[in-house]
Design a protein around this ligand. Structure first.
Ligand SMILES: Cc1cc2nc3c(=O)[nH]c(=O)nc-3n(C[C@H](O)[C@H](O)[C@H](O)COP(=O)(O)OP(=O)(O)OC[C@H]3O[C@@H](n4cnc5c(N)ncnc54)[C@H](O)[C@@H]3O)c2cc1C
Length: 382
């Protein structure tokens, strides 16, 4: 499907206009899931934008998906409530069998099946994914899973979840990335074999701790070959990084829109505060940094759509965008003076939300390490 970009942008803006600052402030205060907003996006088909048309999706590319998330966040909304419905299915699409795709993708495209949980992080492994300990032991036509995950977002709003687990213990002389496998967990059938408890964080993000107690997964729900899961997960991370960079760019532009409007209207000492270079220059500087990050993101999205599989572009886009958004967040805070901290203005909420992308889905230090070693060829530090 071809959708002109300008048309897509204005359609997203129109949809988001029904969910203004009051809506998001109320959800943030109540720590409630913004269901009405997610339903509206689902009904309009945007969360299925990356699902091929043959499975009922819009069949758009990473470039258009990026634009959708950027516009959502630019409006002041928070895509974090549902962004994973867009890209988590990529693991299934790229590495699943035809039968798995036929079984699950149409339901995911319509929104009937919510696949927006992605379980990788563990308390002891942290950023070193190869050290995860959640283990899936094969017994006939099933796997029996035991272990623990942390910060698994939207698991309570999902029917399906992608899970990374060990299927072979780490062994001397073997690559640390070997022996990991990916599964599609049907949460509706899990019963008390999965215990979920929310983790209270500084943003309204529905992140949870999960314990697996002898969870049974049919072998038919393993994605791809046993032991090659790390490779499958990494391939999905490129899409995630480009898309979350887009959210940061949207956040950054939201801060710039708000700060420049406020600076042009607020009068102190008999003139608009934005007439002072000490106020306007930081806004202009932050804006240029967002535009620079957006250019790197655009390049990464185009390359992804053309089949690029290396992590360089997506990682750099995520790093630059998260930092540009964080800079803009601080500039907006300064511009609003004391009112930046008053929740009714929504700046402090977005400030908290924008901070997440400095650490998730991958900590920025790990991106520096990737660029230093994989792009520039310097010695590895770990
Ligand atoms: C709100 C939220 C939602 C999340 N959602 C999900 C989800 O849905 N699914 C999921 O699987 N995970 C999720 N995560 C987890 C997230 O991906 C991790 O928090 C992140 O990857 C960092 O891991 P960690 O918190 O264990 O930090 P650690 O790995 O303990 O790192 C702590 C600090 O040390 C630094 N550091 C570590 N090692 C090195 C090194 N070798 N060199 C330099 N610096 C280093 C890091 O940069 C970081 O600043 C979420 C996290 C949050 C906060």
């Amino acid at each position: 499907m071809k959708v002109p970009r300008a048309q897509l942008r204005s359609a997203i803006r129109a949809l988001c206009a029904d969910f203004g600052n009051d809506y998001w402030q109320a959800a943030d205060r109540a720590r409630s899931y913004p269901r009405e907003f997610v339903d509206a996006l689902t009904e309009a088909g945007y969360l299925a934008c990356l699902v091929p048309e043959e499975y009922g999706g819009m069949g758009l590319g990473m470039t258009e998906a990026s634009l959708i998330l950027e516009e959502i966040n630019r409006s002041g909304a928070n895509s974090g409530a549902c962004h994973a419905q867009m890209y988590t299915m990529g693991t299934l699409l790229r590495h699943g069998s035809d039968e798995q795709k036929r079984k699950f993708l149409p339901g995911i495209a319509s929104g009937e099946l919510r696949l927006q949980a992605f379980a990788v992080t563990e308390p002891d492994a942290g950023s070193d994914t190869t050290r995860i300990r959640t283990f899936a032991r094969r017994e006939g036509d099933r796997y029996i899973v035991n272990g623990q995950k942390v910060f698994i977002s939207r698991v309570r709003q999902s029917d399906l979840m992608i899970l990374l687990a060990r299927t072979t213990p780490p062994a001397e002389g073997r690559k640390r990335t070997a022996g990991l496998s990916v599964f599609l967990v049907d949460l509706r059938e899990a019963g008390d074999r999965i215990r979920v408890a929310p983790i209270d964080t500084m943003i309204n993000h529905e992140s949870c701790e999960i314990h697996f107690d002898d969870l049974e997964i049919p072998v038919a729900n393993r994605i791809g070959e046993e032991g090659r899961g790390f490779r499958y997960i990494i391939s999905g991370m490129n899409a995630e990084r480009i898309l979350l960079a887009s959210e940061s760019i949207g956040d950054g532009l939201h801060f710039i829109d708000r700060a420049s409007d406020y600076a042009s209207a607020r009068r102190v000492f008999g003139r608009e505060i934005g007439a002072n270079q000490g106020v306007q220059f930081p806004i202009a500087d932050a804006y240029m940094q967002i535009r620079a990050a957006a250019a790197v993101r655009d390049q990464a999205a185009r390359a992804y759509d053309d089949g690029e599989t290396r992590g360089e572009g997506p990682n750099m886009a995520k790093y630059l965008a998260s930092r540009a958004a964080w800079k803009a967040a601080n500039v907006a805070m300064d511009t609003f003076g004391g009112w930046g901290m008053a929740s009714e203005y929504g700046i402090e909420r977005k400030f908290r939300e924008a901070r997440l992308y400095m650490v998730a889905p991958v900590a920025n230090n790990l991106i520096l390490s990737h660029v230093a070693t994989h792009v520039l060829g310097m010695p590895r530090s770990f």
